[in-house]
Design a protein around this ligand. Sequence first.
Ligand code: ADP
Ligand code: MG
Length: 361
Amino acid sequence: AAAAPPPVIRKLDENVVNKIAAGEVIQRPASALKEMLENSLDAGSTQISVTVKEGGNKLLQITDNGSGIRKDDLPILCHRHTTSKLRQYEDLETISTLGFRGEALCSISFVSHMSVTTMARGAQYGYRVTFKDSEMEPPGPRPVAAVPGTTITVEDLFYNVPTRRKALKSATEEYGLILDVVGRYAVYSTGVALTCRRQGDSRPDISTTAAGSRVDAVRSVYGTEVARELLPLCVSAGGGTGPEVPVDGPMGLRVEGLISGANYGSGKKTVLVLFINGRCVECSPLRRCLEGLYGTLLPKAARPWIFLDVRLPPRQVEVNMHPTKREVGFMHQVEVIEEIRRAVESKLLASNECRTFATTA
Ligand code: ADP
Ligand code: MG
């Protein structure tokens, strides 16, 4: 049989391109929230509060006391690839902000009803504006009474993407994923007061203070049981031990952490709260390695709780691996993981409980 004539190739409508791209960055309420939370942190906020309704399907609202957004920037706020954070591609090597792609707000505006109230530091007024499909809706920014900072409200997420809506889990499960994101940042971001609550609840589910220590944050997010079992961890390898993060050297690794000991972690699931150069990421090889180590050393506490703040020379870390930035690539991965494993091992062996366990087992 004769082949059919070739189909015509056409350029996709920009609106279609944007809708497709939106699905890549924003998979569920928790991923939208993560992007917004990172924006608030990038804006230098010390107070951030999150309000959620129906697992974020109905409402996601985040209020911060950061820099705010200049009125003149509002018209392009939700355009694709507009950002205040990156100028040259080379800057990616040393970027210190969590964002740089300029596409999160754009993506969110394509799949929700979004409104922004913001007052720039130093400005006289605040402004409120709504966005749809990356564009500001008429009549544009309206002056409102406000305090410096920004509130972003996202309603009816995926209202126009029924397949995505159907793929979501129950409101309770989606809310759990939101709490997981907020909880990780709450532990990492000492100096920032973070709260997360369901709309209508007077008591927040997560609430940390700006003055509290990291262990205070762990207690408030993950509970007393974890917080009282933590051992501090400190690693510094290859590249000097000075107070500054080394820029060169084969590894230049520095780690500060909190890890659970012998009296925690039977039957619960492992929690690894991992930040690499300030980014909340996953690293399955490291996770497997540490799980294996606990399983061997402390079979009765084989489901540990671990927080690691890992610093590597910025040039050894590739941040642009994926639109969601869920993973980063880093050089010397095997050596870095081994260094961390060794440190955790000696910490556990040095702790009394473990020695007791080892001798009585
Ligand atoms: P990116 O974070 O990659 O720059 P986004 O789409 O997340 O891209 O945000 C676009 C821009 O909007 C940011 O570069 C920032 O200037 C501004 N912005 C977003 N959220 C906030 C906020 N909470 N406070 C101040 N500025 C914000
Ligand atoms: Mg961002």
